[in-house]
Design a protein around this ligand. Structure first.
Ligand SMILES: [Ca+2]
Ligand SMILES: [Ca+2]
Ligand SMILES: [Ca+2]
Length: 302
């Protein structure tokens, strides 16, 4: 769930609130794609991929056949779980390589120096690092920037949006293999220890940034002193995630809110400032607020 402020002075203003807390994992995930049961190492065999995004993090989830990191002491199924993050949608798979993804977010099981999973963010532009990779230089130890979580057969990763150019991902791929080198290679065949999305060469669907649009109308556009005007505020959740919305409208001098005229009762009304709060406005839906304002008797025509 996101919280969004909308400040509506008479000139429209839109603001996104920002927080700097540790990762709180999503309770709702957006389904991306299924994958077949096609890998003998169950921890490396992805069955379903999910994503989610809010104002601060991009979240990625893999549901595997058996629990990731099932054997922390190390075994032949120790995996590297990689998400390729393509910010602008120009990524593609060709010649067993993934092109034009801007970042790889990866979790290594049983990674040195510790035997617990570690998370890494590897920039892959302008060139994906080839050959042997110095993983230590890409490791992220600040869990407010990147974090992972294993719950049952789910491996979740989160990356702070400010670390990936402050955007979501237009296209995503995941690849699971064991090779710490040539990270942009998609191995030539899915076998006992390699998995990737079966459909479309690994290309995933879009994830969009949460979005809001709004409009504000007033009728009539001209009114005499002591007359009434009606305002309509349309707040539209255009993103892919439900929002908690705070809508604040400030009337210009010469107009006064008519108590009781709003179709949604304001949470707060102080002088010319009127504030509404809406919880859990689902994506794709909108709220239309109407209220009346009286033109003060001393108001100047504008
Ligand atoms: Ca699979
Ligand atoms: Ca790209
Ligand atoms: Ca597969």
């Amino acid at each position: 769930m996101d919280n969004r402020w909308i400040g509506l002075a008479f000139i429209a203003f839109l603001g996104f609130s920002a927080f700097s807390n540790a990762v709180s994992w999503p309770t709702n995930w957006m389904f991306l794609a299924n994958d077949t049961d096609d890998v003998s190492c169950g921890n490396m065999d992805v069955l379903t991929a999910y994503g989610q995004i809010d104002s601060e993090y991009l979240y990625l989830r893999l549901n595997t056949q058996t629990a990731p990191n099932a054997n922390p002491s190390g075994n032949s199924c120790d995996a590297i779980y990689k998400w390729f993050i393509d910010l602008n949608g120009d990524g593609y798979v060709q010649g067993q390589a993934i092109h034009n993804a801007e970042y790889v977010l990866a979790v290594r099981e049983n990674a040195p120096p510790s035997s617990i999973p570690e998370i890494y963010l590897i920039p892959t532009t302008p060139q994906c690092p080839s050959g042997s990779l110095n993983w230590a230089s890409y490791r992220i130890t600040n869990s407010t920037i990147a974090n992972w979580s294993i719950t049952g057969n789910y491996l979740d990763m989160a990356i702070k949006l400010t670390s990936i150019n402050n955007t979501g991902a237009k296209t995503l791929w995941w690849v699971i293999d064991k090779s710490p080198n040539n990270i942009c290679q998609q191995p030539s065949s899915q076998s006992g220890q390699v998995d990737w999305p079966d459909q479309g060469g690994g290309q995933g669907p879009f994830i969009q940034i949460p979005g809001i649009t709004f409009t504000k109308d007033v009728t009539p556009t001209f009114s005499m002193p002591n007359g009434n005007v009606t305002f309509t505020l349309f707040v539209n959740n255009t993103g892919t995630t439900p929002l908690n919305l705070t809508v604040n409208d400030t009337l210009p001098p010469g107009l006064s809110y008519v108590n009781g005229s709003a179709n949604y009762t304001p949470l707060l009304w102080i002088n010319n400032s009127i504030l509404w709060y809406f919880q859990n406005i689902s994506n794709g839906s909108f709220v239309a607020i109407t209220f009346n304002a009286a033109v003060d008797s001393g108001a100047q025509a504008t």
